[in-house]
Design a protein around this ligand. Structure first.
Ligand code: 8WW
Length: 159
């Protein structure tokens, strides 16, 4: 039943600079082989924002005290009771130089050349919202990692 559904808290950070977005090529694990923002699990004893900052630093060597939550996306996968609740953050204020980590190989992309063909199939639907500073809430039901069976995506005033 929905009341027994399990939610796993995750973070996703998208760093921008004028006309560009920083993405990382995921080298292993969940989402391997796809470009994505930086993120991962929220550990016990840390806030979602603290987790976003930590994962950003661990995966890219960048630091930011200006992360702003811009989106909230629930991902469900057929046959898996664990729903991923992904808190999406963005900033254009950061310090450091993007550096490859064990998890991610960072690269700047022009906004007009985002590699959606090697990203999760939902991304091209909500990237335009985050890039225009529009807060959003989304839900995507996946079959496997490539097929979206059901989706909702709404602009919101507050998350
Ligand atoms: N962009 C995007 N990201 C994710 S998972 C993001 C959260 C995460 C999870 C594990 C390691 C690092 C980051 C997605 N899942 C389904 N569509 C998706 N789109």
């Amino acid at each position: 039943s929905r009341s027994s559904m399990m939610k796993k808290l995750l973070t996703l950070v998208l760093i921008t600079r004028p006309n560009q977005v920083l993405l990382g090529m995921k080298k292993r694990g969940f989402g391997q082989g796809r470009w994505n923002g930086f993120g991962g699990k929220v550990e016990k004893g840390e806030t979602i924002l603290e987790a976003a900052k930590r994962e950003l630093f661990e995966e890219s060597s960048l630091k930011s005290d200006d992360l702003k939550e811009i989106g909230l996306i629930d991902f469900e996968f057929v046959g898996d009771p664990q729903i991923l609740e992904v808190h999406v953050f963005t900033t254009s204020k950061f310090e450091g130089e993007p550096t490859e980590s064990s998890e991610m190989r960072p690269q700047w992309f022009n906004v007009k050349d985002i590699p959606f063909d090697t990203m999760w199939p939902d991304d091209h639907l909500w990237f335009p919202l985050f890039l225009s500073g529009t807060k959003f809430k989304g839900y995507f039901l996946f079959e496997g990692h490539d097929k979206i069976l059901k989706q909702t995506l709404d602009k919101v005033d507050s998350l």
